[in-house]
Design a protein around this ligand. Structure first.
Ligand code: SAM
Length: 205
């Protein structure tokens, strides 16, 4: 899987994540980020153009794959605020306690291996009155689609860089000490098993 992960997967992820429907989702959530911001699993940087430079002081982005990040086509010097990229996993975030006002996750909870550990880290680095902004795909509400998600998941996970189709996003966020203060859900246009989206805002309980 070495060559596949290095050369094919980053292009496939970039293509899938920049479909019009998911770009429209980013526009709903990213402009809400403010202050010191941490984006987890930045991928190819598809959220970068949606940050509101009048609200953001600095953006730190992490991703375990520098190969994926290198596929970005955004000039971070034009962001209008400070930016740094660090190769790191969400399960071990290289940042001080209480250092961010906003943590952003988009289409990344599906792939994080140890979500409980990642949320322990998010709670550690997020200020107590900070916000978690999320936009994720996950478990569908219809039994028929959910069955397909469960059936396809083992193969999908192998070819999709560890992506799970069937994670219960609301349950995972709430189980990990967050209170969801705004939640919206719907199928966005696209392949149904991967298109049920959950997006909103959460705070530490
Ligand atoms: C489907 S892509 C989404 C990228 C980006 N967030 C977006 O919305 O376009 C998932 C990303 O999560 C990253 N990732 C996988 N496991 C991770 C982890 N444990 N911690 C942080 N990022 C992770 C992958 O390298 C990949 O860039």
């Amino acid at each position: 899987m070495g060559l596949y992960n290095k050369y094919i997967l980053p292009n496939a992820i970039d293509w899938a994540c920049k479909q019009k429907s998911s770009m429209m989702q980013r526009e709903k959530i990213i402009p809400l980020a403010s202050g010191m911001v941490l984006e987890i699993g930045i991928g190819t940087g598809l959220n970068l153009s949606f940050y509101d430079k009048s609200k953001v002081n600095h953006l730190t982005a992490i991703d375990p794959s520098t190969d994926i990040w290198k596929k970005n086509s955004f000039d971070t010097n034009t962001l209008g605020f400070g930016f740094d990229f660090i190769e790191a996993f969400s399960e071990n975030i290289p940042a001080y306690n209480n250092s961010f006002d906003t943590v952003v996750i988009t289409y990344v909870l599906c792939t994080i291996q140890d979500t409980d550990k990642a949320f322990d880290e998010i709670k550690r680095v997020l200020k107590k009155d900070g916000k978690l902004l999320f936009c994720e795909h996950g478990k569908a509400p219809d039994r028929g689609i959910e069955r397909w998600q469960n059936f396809l998941n083992p193969v999908w996970k192998k070819i999709g860089g560890g992506c799970n189709l069937n994670r219960d996003i609301k349950f995972i966020i709430e189980r990990n000490g967050f209170k969801i203060i705004k939640l919206e859900k719907m199928y966005i246009p696209g392949w149904k098993p991967a298109s049920y989206n959950y997006w909103g805002i959460a705070e530490i309980k």
